[in-house]
Design a protein around this ligand. Structure first.
Ligand code: XBP
Length: 228
């Protein structure tokens, strides 16, 4: 894909929903298993998760839900520690699900990245998921398809402010030594699009299951798949 009639120097990929449908097939399943095993009285439906995804970060998402339900005991002291434990365990269960093959790369995404690599364009990751989650996904889903590791991966632990804040993208530009106009971001969600645009980077949106509606203001292009 050309960027203003030229190849970009790097494509910066979001992870969740973009490389794979990790939210529906991995994170949501893991959250509900952990709520049950830790006696946290929550069951998140697909519908719940769709609005919860407006908050990036798994721990932040649980806090928003606690507030929404008026269960303020989860926001401080022992309750807050329970949510932190639940988040750690959620990521462990998520990694197990990924290792067991519950999550697959989105159709065509590996070929899409390989096509850029063959033309000398680097690929990098800009996500606000935990680093362990990306590493589990890379090892189980992407490496076996022959995809080399990204030149750089900025993850949730690397930033103070998650998407839609542009911090993760700005760090990636700094780490790669590139200007915004050298790069193309690939995102599936409005928060990611906003983050990339706020960093001055053109953004291709490849919509995922939970983000069909947008808004997609400022997108370079909006697609439903990597195959078209
Ligand atoms: C990713 C997220 C993450 C994952 C879970 O955002 O929102 O919260 O759902 O990851 P993006 P953690 O795809 O926009 O980068 O539980 O590790 O936070």
């Amino acid at each position: 894909m050309l960027l203003n009639n030229a190849l970009p120097k790097a494509v910066l990929f979001d992870v969740d929903g973009t490389l794979a449908e990790t939210e529906q097939d991995g994170h949501l399943v893991a959250f509900n298993r952990v709520f049950q095993s830790l006696d946290i009285p929550w069951v998140w439906t697909d519908e719940d998760y769709q609005w919860l995804l407006k908050t990036t970060g798994g721990l932040e998402r649980m806090r928003v839900y606690a507030e929404h339900c008026g269960q303020l005991q989860f926001l401080e002291g022992k309750g807050a520690e329970r949510l932190q434990d639940a988040h750690r365990l959620k990521n462990k269960v998520y990694a197990e699900l990924v290792e067991q093959g519950a999550v697959k790369p989105r159709p065509g995404v590996v070929a899409f990245i390989q096509n850029f690599l063959q033309q000398g364009v680097a690929w990098a990751v800009v996500t606000t998921t935990s680093r362990a989650n990306f590493e589990a996904l890379y090892a189980a889903c992407l490496k076996p398809s022959g995809l080399p590791p990204p030149r750089l991966a900025i993850c949730g632990e690397d930033v103070e402010r998650k998407k839609p804040d542009p911090q993760a993208y700005l760090q990636a530009l700094h780490g790669l030594g590139l200007h915004p106009s050298d790069c193309l971001a690939v995102e599936d969600a409005p928060n990611g699009l906003k983050a990339a645009r706020a960093a001055g980077i053109a953004c291709l949106v490849v919509r995922s299951v939970y983000f069909q509606a947008g808004p997609w203001d400022g997108a370079y292009a909006v697609r439903d798949s990597f195959l078209s």
